[in-house]
Ligand binder design. Structure first.
Ligand SMILES: Cc1cc2nc3c(=O)[nH]c(=O)nc-3n(C[C@H](O)[C@H](O)[C@H](O)COP(=O)(O)O)c2cc1C
Length: 201
């Protein structure tokens, strides 16, 4: 079974020291996982998404790459991005991924957008801040997957994540350029059998 390690910084660690948290997680998990995903895109850790700026990202990722070089078995290093990046920042992230030869991008994490919801505005406000996952995220995550695929001519594997519940959802992600898919909210609603269901058609 392939196991991925998804690593992030602690809430209380200031962003300038974030690389130290990533280093600790990377070293501790290195022998136990088959690949790493650097998470700088959760909206639930204040300020975390600021680490998606090119300079901060470059520092964290190249640092982990250099630690990786010292290990006997090197592990693929991927980056998980937010669906809320503006066009410039998304282009910067893709350029950086190519420049430092990342092994893949995961698109995307949860969103701060509240589009595509049928719940009333009042109710949404009461529920408050936090990352939104599942169906409302599907289109945007597919669009970003396809954008990365086209811009890189398919040279960077994209793990597509967002709103996958059915075989058709999965097929659509692959048709738009996904190399792999990640199911999260679907897993909560349907349980582990969702994998078999998706694969059975
Ligand atoms: C409660 C919750 C916790 C999550 N925690 C993480 C996390 O620790 N690291 C991460 O990279 N993504 C995290 N995610 C994002 C999911 O892995 C996934 O990328 C996102 O929810 C979109 O996929 P989905 O629509 O299938 O849920 C989390 C999502 C939810 C809803």
């Amino acid at each position: 079974m392939i196991i991925g390690g998804n690593i992030g910084k602690n809430k209380i660690t200031p962003n300038e020291d974030a690389w130290k948290d990533y280093e600790i997680c990377f070293n501790e998990l290195h022998e136990m996982v088959d690949y790493f995903v650097v998470n700088v895109s959760s909206p639930n850790t204040p300020g975390l998404r600021d680490l998606q700026q090119k300079d901060s990202l470059k520092k964290i990722l190249t640092h982990l790459q250099s630690i990786n070089q010292t290990k006997k078995n090197q592990k693929p290093l991927l980056l998980k991005i937010s669906p809320d990046l503006n066009q410039n920042d998304l282009d910067d992230v893709i350029d950086l991924a190519l420049e430092i030869k990342l092994d893949g991008l995961v698109a995307a994490n949860t969103t701060i957008s509240r589009n595509h919801l049928i719940t009333s505005k009042n109710e949404i406000e009461k529920i408050g801040a936090g990352g939104l996952s599942g169906k409302p995220l599907k289109e945007e995550s597919t669009r970003i997957t396809n954008y990365i695929f086209k811009k890189t001519n398919g040279t960077i594997p994209v793990i597509s994540s967002g709103g996958i519940f059915t075989t058709n959802d999965a097929k659509e992600k692959f048709e738009k350029g996904a190399a792999l898919i990640q199911v999260w909210t679907g897993f909560i609603y349907e349980g582990p059998a969702i994998v078999k269901k998706i694969l059975s058609k």
